[in-house]
Design a protein around this ligand. Structure first.
Ligand SMILES: NC(=O)c1ccc[n+]([C@@H]2O[C@H](COP(=O)([O-])OP(=O)(O)OC[C@H]3O[C@@H](n4cnc5c(N)ncnc54)[C@H](OP(=O)(O)O)[C@@H]3O)[C@@H](O)[C@H]2O)c1
Length: 165
C-alpha cells in the first residue's frame, strides 16, 4: 500500500494524484505475481472496471455486505466472509499467496485477524493534515522485521517488513 510520510492512504480530495509511477508499477507487479487480490468494496468502486489489477485472470476478492450483487465476471468474488475463511477459499483455488491492497478497513481487519505475513509500504513524499490512516479501529500490536528498504525514485521509498508472529 502507498502511504504519505505521515501514514495517510488517501488525500482529502480523494484523487490519487500523489502516487508515483514507481508505486503503480510495483503494485501491478505484486498483483500479477500472486494472482490473488483482496480489497474492500470502497476500493473496488474506485478501481473497477478499468484500473483493477487483475482483469480476466486470477482471483479478485471484494469484501462487501452486499453479497447479492452480481460480480461482473467469474474471477471477481463478492464476500462477507472472515479473513481466515477467505484464505482457505484462496487455498482451495491453489493460490499460495494473496495481496491485500486496501483500503484502511480491509487492511485493518486482515491485520487484526493475524493472517498477514509480509507488508510492503511505499512511502510517498507528502504530508496530509487530514485523511484516512493506514490502520483504524483495530486491536493489534505487531513487532516487525525490516527485510528491505528500496529507493524507488529520488523521493519515494519502499519498506518491506515481515510480521513477527
Ligand atoms: N494508498 C493506498 O495504497 C490505497 C489502497 C487502497 C485504497 N486506498 C484508499 O482507501 C479508501 C477506502 O478505504 P476504506 O477503509 O474506506 O474502505 P475499503 O476497505 O476499501 O472498503 C470498505 C468496505 O468494504 C466492505 N467490508 C469491509 N470489511 C468487511 C467485512 N468484514 N464484511 C463485509 N464487508 C466488508 C464494506 O462494503 P459494503 O459497504 O459494500 O458492505 C465496507 O464499506 C479510498 O479512499 C481509497 O482511495 C488507498
Amino acid at each position: 500500500m502507498a502511504l504519505s510520510a505521515n501514514g495517510v492512504i488517501e488525500n482529502p480530495k480523494g484523487i490519487p494524484d500523489w502516487l508515483s509511477q514507481e508505486y503503480m508499477q510495483g503494485f501491478m507487479k505484486i498483483c500479477q505475481q500472486t494472482k490473488a487480490v483482496i480489497m474492500g468494496k470502497k476500493t473496488y468502486k474506485i478501481l473497477a472496471p478499468d484500473f483493477l489489477p487483475l482483469k480476466e485472470d486470477g482471483t479478485t476478492i471484494v469484501l462487501t455486505n452486499d453479497t447479492e450483487a452480481l460480480p461482473p465476471n467469474p474471477t471477481v468474488v463478492f464476500t462477507n466472509k472472515k479473513p481466515i475463511e477467505i484464505i482457505s477459499q484462496l487455498e482451495k483455488k491453489d493460490h499460495t499467496a494473496g495481496v491485500i491492497i486496501g483500503g484502511s478497513r480491509t487492511a485493518s481487519e486482515f491485520m487484526q485477524a493475524g493472517v498477514v505475513d509480509d507488508v510492503y509500504f511505499v512511502v510517498e513524499p507528502i504530508f496530509f493534515g487530514n485523511g484516512l490512516p493506514i490502520f483504524k479501529d483495530a486491536e493489534f500490536e505487531y513487532k516487525l522485521n525490516l527485510l528491505e528498504v528500496l529507493k524507488l525514485n529520488s523521493n519515494t521509498i519502499q519498506l518491506h517488513y515481515a510480521i513477527h508472529k
